[in-house]
Design a binder for this molecule. Structure first.
Ligand code: SLL
Length: 154
């Protein structure tokens, strides 16, 4: 496959997490007793734009304390919803559509459960959604021609 010389194509996306302390009355019945939070890790388009024309699947590697800690999501929404008690680093591996001929790319996200605040005691009560997300751009340098067409709608 011929590469398009001298061209770089950028595609923006958002990745991150959202977490919330359980409402004591509404703790999921199947959640282990030591779990305190519900959380979600995701990769998505800016303004929820569909990015599945270039992103094929996403593999999230959770902490080893989780059963089946490697979660592969093959279609949008690229996200994992879980419960837990602790914060940890999540490895996110992006797999591109086969036409791209591109190797997967890895990034990392620190799962955040707790809101910022000076008062550690009061913080435990705070039930706001803790959002931690980043804007990122994947760069396809000299993409192969079929992928360039997909990317640019040609
Ligand atoms: C810590 N380094 O000690 C971190 C590890 C692990 C979090 C946090 C649930 C595990 C399960 C869970 O929240 N693990 O479901 O067994 O803070």
């Amino acid at each position: 496959n011929k590469r398009v010389r001298g061209v770089s194509v950028f595609r923006p996306f958002i990745f991150g997490s959202e977490a919330q302390l359980f409402d004591p009355e509404k703790k999921p019945a199947n959640a282990p007793v030591d779990h305190t939070h519900q959380w979600r890790i995701f990769v998505k388009g800016v303004n929820d734009e569909d990015i599945s024309y270039w992103l094929k699947k996403v593999q999230f590697k959770l902490h080893e304390t989780y059963a089946q800690n490697v979660r592969t999501i093959e279609a949008p929404p690229f996200e994992v919803v879980e419960t837990g008690w602790g914060e940890f680093e999540i490895q996110i591996k992006l797999y591109f559509v086969p036409e791209s001929n591109e190797k997967p790319q890895t990034l990392w996200h620190s799962l955040k459960l707790h809101p910022y605040g000076p008062d550690a005691e009061g913080m435990k009560e705070r039930r706001e959604v803790v959002v931690s997300q980043n804007y990122e751009e994947v760069i396809f340098n000299e993409p192969v021609e079929p992928f360039y067409e997909i990317l640019t709608g040609g």
